[in-house]
Design a protein around this ligand. Structure first.
Ligand SMILES: NC(=O)CCC(=O)C(=O)O
Length: 257
């Protein structure tokens, strides 16, 4: 299975509309991939709290339209990262969109753990409640978003829902990059699953982004890792390695809780 993680730069000099067009053409260029991934809140930047309200869109808004068309043109599964979604009651959510190669929406996921403690996303956005796993022809993808990476119980829930590949779009800051890499590898090892974690590059709202998108196999080995700048990280992996690892080292069977 071939995955392409588009570690797009989110810088203040670029408008949302221009970045959306650029993201769509980056997706179209990945037609050789089976699965393409974009990061968290790449239209605004995950730390651009002042932008969330103005850039919020309905689930089937401009980003949905652009990404559905790009997925169909490229003929790929597309985890289009997340957008600030405005629900009909006015509540904002940090919502991920997953498209099938037909361009149809296969799933959406509202981020469960909002970041910021008593500020930022944690007060501006509502919390999702539902775990989401999507069946692709080659693997079952469990989705989570950025700060969710710190909550292993969410990932165990995804494994219980059948997930073999964990896809994590993020807007992770440079100052906690060591946690990002450590947590991505930990989630892979403890769940014996592939982890595809796609961050942003650039600096927005004064927060330099870590980049360093990463693909980790079920044994915790890093298959590919990006640098700090905008880049498309490509990795090829065998989804059957999940079943092999779980059979050869059946730690998941020893769960008590
Ligand atoms: N956008 C986020 O969820 C940021 C998470 C983060 O900075 C951290 O967990 O550290």
């Amino acid at each position: 299975m071939r995955a392409s993680l588009i570690q797009i730069a989110v810088d203040e000099g670029e408008s949302v509309a221009v970045r959306r067009r650029r993201a769509a053409s980056l997706v179209r260029a990945e037609s050789a991939a089976d699965l393409v991934v974009l990061p968290e809140l790449w239209t605004t930047g995950a730390f651009a709290f002042d932008e969330f309200d103005g850039a919020a869109e309905p689930l089937r808004g401009p980003t949905y339209e652009a990404m559905g068309a790009a997925a169909a043109d490229a003929g790929v599964w597309l985890h289009a990262g997340s957008v600030p979604e405005r629900d009909i009651d006015g509540t904002l959510y940090n919502t991920s969109l997953v498209f099938a190669p037909s361009g149809d929406l296969a799933a959406s996921y509202r981020k469960i753990h909002r970041f910021g403690f008593d500020q930022g996303e944690a007060v501006l956005m509502g919390a999702g409640r539902d775990l989401v796993a999507v069946r692709l022809p080659e693997t079952v993808v469990g989705v989570a978003t950025c700060y969710d990476l710190r909550f292993p119980e969410l990932f165990r829930g995804l494994v219980d829902a059948g997930a073999e590949t964990l896809v994590v779009p993020a807007g992770w800051p440079e100052r906690r990059r060591a946690h990002w890499t450590l947590l991505a590898r930990a989630r892979a090892v403890e769940n014996q699953a592939f982890v595809l974690a796609c961050g942003t590059a650039g600096t927005h709202a004064g927060v330099p982004q870590a980049g360093h998108s990463i693909v980790v196999d079920p044994w915790g080995e890093v298959l590919a890792e990006a640098g700090a700048d905008e880049e498309v990280l490509r990795a090829e992996f065998d989804p059957a390695k999940v079943a092999r690892t779980r059979e050869q080292f059946p730690a998941l069977k020893d769960r008590v809780l």
